[in-house]
Design a protein around this ligand. Structure first.
Ligand SMILES: NC(=O)c1ccc[n+]([C@@H]2O[C@H](COP(=O)([O-])OP(=O)(O)OC[C@H]3O[C@@H](n4cnc5c(N)ncnc54)[C@H](OP(=O)(O)O)[C@@H]3O)[C@@H](O)[C@H]2O)c1
Length: 271
């Protein structure tokens, strides 16, 4: 199974908000024909209405290659039963919802449904996402390859060994872009507080985070060495890192608390 199966038999996207749109943009930019995509969303955004050939809120194919579920976890029990007729067959269901377990999908769609649970992130919109996937017992190697082909068109894909890893994955890479955007905001605010013009502070913060991310991804040195490379002994960076790297109230314990809060919320959403 590959992208040709999707072109031939179709992809249904249930829910096209922020995450669904990010992935759909990536797929269309990557050459998936809009005519192979059926989007179901009660309030589609303007950019969807303008896509020529896209099947927007029309009758759905009876056995698409893939249904990708991108509604909020809280909407799942209302939204999924409408697609239950596609369960227990050849159609692969891929869900990106936080918290909702494979067992819940099997309950709502039928226990013979191939299901892949996935956690992407919004840099998928520019082809720089990362998605972690794990399938149920009915998801064959072919299904996993199909999910990987679809999701790797919007960034990297990693396969998990166990569904239990999904909470921590969500807290790191699913939510992580928000932490990073907040780092940009906080750096810009600190620059402004220290007298820089707000536009200049934001330009400096955004370019620094983007450039450092690019360097971290492309350098042969690991992030800790890259940090050392910036830190002249007894220099300016060292003074800042003594605050940021404090074991008691620095970045590491703060981030750990944030990640634990995310994992707890992920668990609650699945209950
Ligand atoms: N945003 C992220 O960074 C991210 C990352 C990884 C995973 N996720 C997961 O992706 C899912 C969507 O999140 P999101 O941030 O994209 O939320 P969102 O922007 O609210 O998108 C959800 C979309 O689904 C629509 N919808 C609601 N009920 C529906 C139904 N019965 N049938 C079809 N569509 C329906 C919503 O329409 P209305 O707005 O009109 O209700 C909205 O357009 C969530 O499960 C989330 O856990 C999100």
């Amino acid at each position: 199974m590959n992208m040709n199966d999707i072109e031939k038999n179709g992809l249904v996207l249930l829910g096209c908000g922020k995450m669904g749109s990010a992935m759909l943009k990536g797929w269309l930019d990557g050459g998936l024909p809009p005519a192979s995509v059926w989007v179901s969303d009660p309030n589609p955004s303007d950019w969807l209405v303008g896509i020529k050939g896209l099947n927007l809120n029309t009758d759905l194919p009876s056995a698409p290659a893939v249904v990708l579920v991108a509604v909020k976890p809280q909407m799942m029990a209302d939204a999924l039963p409408t697609l239950a007729a596609m369960g227990n067959g050849e159609t692969l269901f891929i869900s990106v919802a936080a918290g909702i377990t494979i067992a819940t999908y099997e309950e709502l769609l039928g226990s013979r449904t191939p299901i892949v649970r996935a956690m992407p992130n919004t840099p998928a919109a520019v082809g720089r996402g990362i998605t972690a996937i794990i399938g149920n017992g009915l998801a064959t190697a072919d299904h996993a390859e199909l999910a990987e082909a679809l999701l790797s068109s919007v960034g990297q894909v990693v396969r998990l060994d166990s569904e239990d890893q999904m909470g921590a994955v969500t807290a790191i890479s699913g939510c992580g872009p928000a932490y990073t955007f907040h780092l940009i905001e906080a750096m810009a605010a600190a620059g402004t507080a220290k007298g820089l013009n707000p536009d200049l502070a934001l330009t400096l913060a955004r370019a620094t985070v983007a450039g450092a991310g690019h360097l971290a991804e492309n350098s042969e040195e690991d992030p800790s060495q890259l940090r050392v490379n910036v830190t002249s002994p007894n220099g300016v960076t060292q003074a800042a890192l003594e605050v940021l790297m404090s074991d008691s109230d620095g970045f590491p314990p703060l981030l750990l608390r944030a990640v634990e809060a995310a994992i707890n919320r992920d668990r609650e959403l699945g209950e």
